[in-house]
Design a protein around this ligand. Structure first.
Ligand SMILES: NC(=O)c1ccc[n+]([C@@H]2O[C@H](COP(=O)([O-])OP(=O)(O)OC[C@H]3O[C@@H](n4cnc5c(N)ncnc54)[C@H](O)[C@@H]3O)[C@@H](O)[C@H]2O)c1
Ligand SMILES: CC(C)[C@H](C(=O)O)[C@@H](O)C(=O)O
Ligand SMILES: [Mg+2]
Length: 351
């Protein structure tokens, strides 16, 4: 039966548009003739804000909610531009989307593909997925500052953790662990210091664990987790953690899996009340923007996560297979962004 995918596309700033163009190229190439991809482009990002004054209006948000899924590039402008101070784009656009669309699971797989060199690990050593909480923690903007600019300034940034919010992401993580071959879940936090939030998380992990007897659960403090991610990444299968620890751990996970240019993510609303949003883990990379130097593989693998979420597992597997074949033969030669997109499209045709 013919099917349509109604996709919102937010390319964003810097390398965002460059890598998103390649992800769309691959999506168009992998979908069979009876699935029509309908793309609606939205201009949001720092550049659009500086031109129009809009970060993300309520009307735009309402329009985005109508789509089936969102493909997101990356946002963020010149860090020295005072008009962009205060995380106006990061908070006002990206986090606003994650919160408004209730993306309580931020799913970030880490896989070291054959053919890719990692500072320390060997292929097969890195094959885990981070289930990062996406709507709570220190990200909620519950804070404030007083006596700003004086020697007596006080600044607070409160981490908000609710039983409801923690339980739903922990349940998702157990389901994920249960579905994977090794069935191992590592809870990462800092329960020895952040005792209030840590206590809540620990009690919920312990309680939900009783419903998943096949899943082996362990715990690591986040500082120790960074050690093992470098020295023994094979110990990880599924990781569940809060919003901030998950942010930091997944850049590290990218670095040990061949680089941030390969790290994909999905901001998922498992209840399917709102569209989920798929984006590379990396940002707008102003240092390499406009030079065709960005690796679009993270954006392309994020498109595969998007297809998986929409129930198109065969097409998602085709993209993952094409990326694996391309990476295996890529070697050390430097390639341009669109050249890499073309090579992955060509690799889809090989199977
Ligand atoms: N999801 C997002 O939109 C997102 C995520 C992270 C950062 N940001 C924003 O992006 C801006 C830059 O942030 P940053 O420099 O901390 O992080 P970044 O991820 O943009 O860049 C970090 C380093 O990784 C490199 N890099 C990133 N993506 C790459 C790719 N695809 N191929 C090759 N190299 C790549 C960059 O050149 C840079 O050296 C900031 O405004 C930040 O707030 C946005
Ligand atoms: C840009 C920023 C708000 C964002 C985050 O911290 O979640 C980014 O670092 C990411 O990892 O997607
Ligand atoms: Mg990050």
């Amino acid at each position: 039966m013919p099917r349509t995918i109604d996709l919102a596309v937010i390319p964003g700033d810097g390398i965002g548009p460059e890598v998103t163009a390649e992800a769309l190229k691959v999506l168009r190439a992998v979908l069979p003739a009876d699935i029509e991809l309908v793309e609606t482009q939205y201009p949001f990002g720092a550049t659009h804000y500086l031109e129009s004054g809009e970060v993300l209006s309520d009307e735009s948000l309402a329009r985005l909610k109508q789509h089936e899924a969102i493909l997101f590039g990356a946002v963020g402008g010149d860090p020295r531009d005072p008009r962009l101070a205060g995380g106006i784009i990061e908070r006002g656009l990206l986090l606003k989307l994650r919160f408004a669309l209730d993306h309580y699971v931020n799913l970030r797989p880490a896989t070291l593909f054959p053919g890719i060199s990692s500072p320390l690990a060997a292929p097969g050593d890195v094959d885990f997925v981070v289930v990062r909480e996406g709507t709570e923690g220190p990200y909620v903007g519950n804070g404030g500052a007083m006596r700003i600019g004086t020697r007596h300034e006080v600044a607070n940034e409160t981490s908000v953790n609710t039983a409801f919010g923690v339980e739903r992401v922990v349940r998702f993580a157990f389901e994920t662990a249960q579905s994977r071959a090794r069935k191992r879940l590592t809870f990462v936090h800092k329960t020895n210091v952040l005792v209030h939030a840590g206590g809540l998380w620990q009690r919920i992990v312990d309680r939900v664990a009783t419903e998943y007897p096949e899943v082996a659960v362990d715990y690591l403090h986040v500082d120790a987790a960074t050690i093992f991610m470098v020295t023994e990444p094979s110990r990880f299968d599924t990781i569940v953690t809060d919003n901030l620890f998950g942010d930091i751990l997944t850049d590290l996970a990218g670095a040990i899996s061949g680089g941030i240019g390969l790290a994909a993510s999905g901001n998922i609303n498992p209840d399917r009340e709102f569209p989920s949003m798929f984006e590379p883990v990396h940002g707008s990379a102003p240092d390499i923007a406009g030079k065709q130097l960005a690796d679009p593989t993270a954006a392309i693998l994020s498109a595969a996560l998007l297809l998986q979420h929409l129930g198109l597992a065969d097409e998602a597997a085709k993209i993952n297979g094409a990326v694996a074949r391309d990476l295996a033969g890529r070697g050390e030669a430097r390639r341009g962004t669109s050249e890499t997109g073309d090579a992955i499209v060509a690799a889809i045709g090989e199977h």
